[in-house]
Design a protein around this ligand. Sequence first.
Ligand code: ATP
Ligand code: MG
Ligand code: FE
Length: 346
Amino acid sequence: FTILAIETSCDETAAAVIRDGREIVANSVASQIDIHQRYGGVVPEVASRQHILTITPVINTVLAQVPGGWSAINAIATTYGPGLAGALLTGINTAKAIAWSRNLPFIGVNHLEGHIYASWLHTAKELAYQAPEFPCVALIVSGGHTALVLLNDHGDYRLLGQTRDDAVGEAFDKVARIMGLGYPGGPQMEKVARGVNPGALKLPRAWLRGTYDWSFSGLKTAVLNVVNDRLGERMEKVKLAEVDPAFTAQLAAAFQDSAVDVLVQKTVAAAREYKAKTIILAGGVAANTALRERLSATAKPIPVAYPPIWLCTDNAAMIGAAAYYRYQAGLQQDWSLDATPSLKLI
Ligand code: ATP
Ligand code: MG
Ligand code: FE
């Protein structure tokens, strides 16, 4: 059963073709990073317009890689939330138009469910890759979300905890901006922090004991205060990363260490409490090497599933995987499905 999946919830225009929920037959992501970079963040109207320009070429790119082309496609899937309304609409309307004109089932997917299902995917060369075993504890860490979810089976989710303020990816991006590291901040932070001793500077950790919740706004403010102290009157005129790269690296390392520490401790505690057979690491921040390594080491002997880096950030392959399991469960949508910017997973 082969699904063509579309993802346009934020600033990536993506399409993929997925066989039986797990095998990536074709995958294409057109990123708008270069376009939004000069604004220091995603501009919603610009994103919508760019999706409209790019969606057809991206779909044609993946279809050209599928033996049999359109005749091999059995269903159309798309993200319908959470995300930017105008951006989501491009994917939804394109998917509806294709499904209607080709008389194919139409499946709507929650973007966060997609991030989780990235851990089910493999390429044609990795047929031996084992799917995560239930029950799973999934740590979703992305630009807009930070949540801990218990999965007892496909589609059976329970929210264990979440951030009370900033998402961790958002905190990475804001802190990078405060230090003058550019956009998107997460990868830049990781790059400058690599190999640097995180213990040179001490930053706070919000434990929120007795819960599986997180808070990252205090950590963000702490970084702002350190940068303020260091630059003093020069704060408005210069970027820390330009005038003091060594200190910037220490601060980035300390920030990353603090964020990774609280994420890992709580995730592993929850995995033990709920006797998880697999921990799933999902979302853009799952690309972070320090987080991947610390989680794997701390969770032992519980295995940690994390996707390759190209499947951590937004893509349509993960949407195709989630769509397959929804379709198997008899869940598909009618033409009334609309963009749902603040769609919840649970
Ligand atoms: P959401 O999935 O919540 O709707 P989104 O789709 O915008 O939000 P993703 O694309 O899943 O978010 O992830 C992007 C986020 O991941 C950004 O905040 C980015 O800084 C962060 N990120 C990407 N790579 C890394 C990395 N190596 N280290 C830390 N953060 C990273
Ligand atoms: Mg993105
Ligand atoms: Fe995402």
